[in-house]
Design a protein around this ligand. Structure first.
Ligand code: SAM
Length: 272
């Protein structure tokens, strides 16, 4: 077995039955555990599970509900439309997940939460375990929020029908940051937002597509020039698509040089 990745714990059993290092354990509390089957069985997520780098379990909230019908929702006190998730099954499921993962953080997915971002994904990738609570209906009983939730995350200013898709969004962004999850051939270090900029443009074969050429420098094999071209592409794309990202940036000398050259180029265009 390869050297121990920093922050990992030895797991005697991985889903493939091999010894392995597990970096983050995920539990998801949901009334629709089946939604996570497709998520867990494709691409990088499937590989991360099979290698034992992560563990993931979708817990069926109904199993923590009482009665023949295992009801998980009820009418809101004070009246009004919609239903509210009952406190007892939710608290039971969270506490059961916590006893399995005592060092995990419990996160509620909610449109009222802090906005999720790449920086947040990096912080979460350092945790030992994450328990996601997926709301449905009008959301969860406030008393469970007060006693059992560590943090609240939103994936954007819009309202979805449930927290399952947001939980998958957050897990996907976190899992690809876990060492080894992307495989040797890929790295997340150059992705958009990882250094505060959008990533440069990409091209692949053929060299000419519908009359359009690939920029010549990318075919040159000259790593220094390719690096400079990519930095320029990255800076210009960020300026054009997300200028807000540049507002608080302290530019390196190389970046300042690119911006000066570009500004001179724009100046010449304006004078023509
Ligand atoms: N009544 C709630 C409100 O206005 O804040 C919205 C409830 S929403 C219909 C049902 C569930 O979907 C939420 O409890 C949450 O788990 C999830 N959800 C909806 N939009 C979300 C978002 N933008 N980010 C994260 N979770 C979201």
């Amino acid at each position: 077995m390869a050297g121990r990745p920093p922050g990992s714990r030895l797991r005697p059993e991985t889903p493939t039955g091999k010894m392995g290092w597990c970096l983050v354990d995920f539990r998801v509390i949901t009334i629709f555990p089946g939604m996570f089957d497709a998520f867990a069985s494709h691409g990088i997520i499937r590989r991360a599970l099979e290698s034992g780098r992560i563990s993931m379990e979708a817990m069926d909230l109904r199993e923590y509900a009482e009665g023949r019908h295992r009801v998980t929702d009820d009418r809101p006190y004070g009246g009004g439309s919609g239903m509210v998730m009952k406190p007892e099954p939710l608290a039971g499921a969270i506490r059961s997940a916590r006893s399995a993962l005592p060092n995990a953080k419990t996160l509620l997915l909610s449109p009222q939460g802090r906005p999720f971002s790449q920086a947040e994904a990096m912080r979460l990738a350092d945790l030992e375990g994450i328990i996601f609570v997926c709301g449905r209906y009008e959301g969860i009983d406030e008393r469970v929020f007060e006693t059992d939730i560590d943090d609240e995350l939103s994936i954007g200013d819009y309202v979805l029908t449930g927290g399952e898709l947001p939980a998958m969004v957050v897990m996907d962004a976190v899992i690809r940051l876990i060492p080894g999850a992307l495989g040797n051939e890929q790295s997340s270090g150059e992705d958009s937002f990882s250094d505060g900029l959008l990533e440069h443009a990409h091209y692949t074969r053929p060299p000419v597509f519908e009359g359009k050429d690939v920029p010549e420098v990318l075919l040159s094999g000259h790593h220094g020039e390719i690096g400079a071209w990519r930095l320029r592409s990255s800076l210009i794309r960020t300026f054009l698509k997300r200028p807000d990202l540049l507002d608080k940036r302290s530019f390196t000398d190389e970046e300042k040089q690119v911006l000066r050259e570009w500004s001179r180029y724009l100046g010449r265009l304006a004078d023509e």
